[in-house]
Design a protein around this ligand. Structure first.
Ligand SMILES: [Zn+2]
Ligand SMILES: [Zn+2]
Length: 217
């Protein structure tokens, strides 16, 4: 297995930024650099990685706040989320006030992502799925070889993403989890945007929001 990753919790929201790399080429991607970029770079330097791109699951401040500074520092493109989250990225200065974060200027990524796209990290591939509901332009990343998924704020261990933000949609979120995530397989390990990892199979049994069937007692 050549795909490796290290989780770096960032910001006051303890958002799970991940440094993902191909162990054969040491090419890397950084998923959701929400802030604390010096801590992210410590991981990059420790493993002597060559970062090629920044990947964004969705446009919330705790996931993207460090992106403009990190992209400028590393001179790499910003890829994702889906263009339906453009309004969140344009609202970044206001999000800072809403979440109590330092100000981040609005930006557009170098490339929006669509359902069915792929992202390459060295000899490894991430499949992109569009999973609206928490935000309308949310995407997740799936590496088949390692059976690992980065799902942002779609699904958590024992919970699901909030749908009370502008353009959030509870039915869409449930449909995305059951229609896009579950078919990837019960053994898939997922890294959520916050909290501990789990597997899709475990959530299908125990997650009160999306379990296959609830006991009748
Ligand atoms: Zn979010
Ligand atoms: Zn979040």
């Amino acid at each position: 297995m050549t795909l490796r990753y290290q989780i770096v919790p960032v910001t006051a929201f303890q958002q799970n930024c991940s440094v993902i790399w191909c162990d054969e080429t040491r090419h890397a991607a950084i998923v959701d650099p929400g802030g604390d970029i010096q801590r992210i770079m410590a991981v990059v330097n420790e493993h002597q990685l060559e970062v090629k791109q920044l990947l964004l699951t969705h446009g919330h401040m705790d996931h993207v706040g460090g992106t403009p500074d990190l992209a400028a520092q590393l001179q790499v493109p910003v890829i994702g989320p889906h263009k339906d989250d453009a309004f969140w990225l344009q609202a970044l200065p206001g999000q800072g006030d809403m979440f109590g974060f330092p100000r981040v200027e609005a930006f557009d990524p170098d490339q929006w992502l669509e359902d069915g796209d792929t992202v390459t990290i060295g000899n490894q591939t991430l499949a992109v799925y569009h999973t609206p509901g928490h935000t309308p332009g949310h995407v997740i990343f799936f590496n088949e070889e390692s059976q690992t998924a980065w799902v942002g704020d779609v699904l958590f261990k024992g919970a699901i993403g909030r749908t009370d933000f502008p353009k959030g949609n509870f039915e869409q979120l449930i449909a995305a989890i059951k229609g896009k995530l579950w078919p990837l397989g019960n053994d898939v390990i997922f890294i959520p945007g916050h909290g501990e990892r789990s597997t899709f199979g475990r959530e299908r049994v125990s997650n009160p929001f999306v379990a296959d069937e609830m006991p009748l007692y």
